[in-house]
Design a protein around this ligand. Structure first.
Ligand code: HEM
Length: 393
């Protein structure tokens, strides 16, 4: 089979292709991009654990950077470990389990507030009307932003990631216009805070003061942090929640179990994240030869960590292609592995579980209008972005 992560089929829903790719052992070579796609759980795991120092992150992590050579932002996800450590240190404390836990009551209250008018309506879009707003507002709050600007900047980020059918990379006028608007507004915002630092709220206060190697962060560095946290802070967890609601509705026995015993909600969240991993593919570039699955990735070649495939690998998970909240997973790839493991994993787990739990608290046996559900279209993020629901009795 001829696999291309930018093909229309892959951007629509890559799972059928991943199933085919996993039938052959070892990684799959994509000549066009001089890239190896690691589609098996064990290959991704081993390369991450044993060969992290044999790869560079400086070519970027999204496919658009590594395969298409689009410009790489100067930000810690795209740094190698020695440099990465100095920058990740600035943001680390805000995302520890205990710091995130202290925000639980605020996030619960926000979820209830957003759900209240939706309950009145009885029918709404679980993704657009609820979780997308919840996570945009929360990511913005953490950065000291108001609700309107959080939602507007989230919308612009979505626009930069919008893909026309078969579009390769961020080449459309729509992407460019959104990027210009977003970066223009963020730069103006950071410049304003430099002039009036007392107006800075949330984590951004720390960024204004932070130093690396004795030098203050530049405005551009702070803008990059804002883009990262607005994007990943609000762009993955809602897809997992929407997936959980969708897949539970497809499995009425599991839906009934969760609604009857909400201590199962975290299981629903984790299984949706495994089964429909939102961070579909993240990349690296080899700087030394790496043996994997009977092949050798040569220095200079690109590597695709196809997390969404690894998390459905039959060699790792029994009945991997079935959604089953009762499964136990000794290992998973949901939050990645190694030095670049997800910084926001405690936040994602806690806030995702809250979002679902608050919904289940009021939903009754809800129905999903599956004919009108849609998935995000593109090479980067995967998962549902429209899930119309009707609340039950
Ligand atoms: C269910 C939701 C989420 C999933 C499945 C997820 C998954 C991942 C994965 C797989 C990586 C590793 C990237 C790699 O290997 O190259 C990662 C990195 C990262 N995630 Fe998440 N993530 C989620 C939510 C969040 C949230 C809410 C935040 C908010 C702070 C966040 C912030 C980050 C950051 C900053 C990195 C880069 C870390 C680094 O390079 O040091 N993520 N995430």
């Amino acid at each position: 089979m001829d696999y291309d992560p930018f093909s229309d089929a892959a951007m629509r829903d890559p799972h059928a292709q991943y199933l085919e790719l996993r039938k052959k052992s070892g990684p799959y070579f994509i000549e066009k991009y001089n890239a190896w796609a690691l589609v098996h759980f064990d290959d991704i795991w081993k390369v991450s654990v044993e060969h992290e120092a044999d790869m560079t992150f400086t070519a970027g992590q999204p496919l658009t950077n590594v395969l298409l050579n689009e410009p790489v932002p100067h930000a810690f996800p795209s740094m190698d470990l020695s440099e990465h450590r100095k920058w990740r240190r600035i943001v680390h404390a805000d995302y520890t389990k205990s710091n995130v836990e202290s925000d639980r009551p605020r996030i619960e209250a926000l979820a209830r507030e957003l759900l209240a008018p939706l309950v009145e309506r009885g029918r709404f879009d679980f993704y657009t009307d609820y979780v997308n707003r919840l996570f945009a507002i929360n990511a913005g709050h953490n950065l000291g932003l108001g609700r309107d600007e959080s939602i507007e900047w989230r919308r612009l980020i979505d626009e930069t990631m919008h893909r026309e059918t078969g579009q390769v990379g961020t080449s459309s006028p729509r992407n460019h216009a959104a990027a210009m608007a977003l970066f223009g507004q963020l730069h103006a915002y950071v410049e304003g805070l430099r002039r009036n630092p007392e107006r800075a709220g949330g984590h951004i206060r720390k960024y204004l003061e932070a130093e690396v190697d004795g030098r203050r962060l530049e405005n551009q560095d702070i803008v990059s942090l804002l883009v990262i946290f607005l994007t990943v802070g609000s762009g993955t967890t809602p897809n997992v929640c929407a997936g959980a609601v969708y897949y539970l509705a497809q499995h009425p026995d599991q839906q009934q179990a969760v609604l009857g015993d909400r201590s199962l909600t975290p299981r629903a969240f984790f299984e949706a994240a495994r089964y429909d991993q939102p961070t579909n593919i993240l990349c690296r570039r080899a700087i030394r030869d790496i043996p994997v699955g009977g092949e050798t990735i040569r220095a200079g070649q690109n590597i695709l960590m196809v997390y969404a495939s690894g998390n459905r690998d039959e060699a790792e998970f029994e009945r991997a292609g079935e959604f089953d909240i009762f499964r136990s997973c000794p290992r998973d790839l949901t939050y990645g592995i190694g030095g670049h493991k997800c910084l926001g994993m405690h936040l994602a787990t806690m806030a995702g579980t809250i979002a679902l739990d608050e919904f289940f608290r009021i939903s009754g046996r809800y129905r999903v209008d599956s004919a009108n559900c849609t998935r995000a279209y593109g090479e980067f993020l995967s998962g549902f972005d429209h899930v119309p629901v009707e609340l039950g009795a």
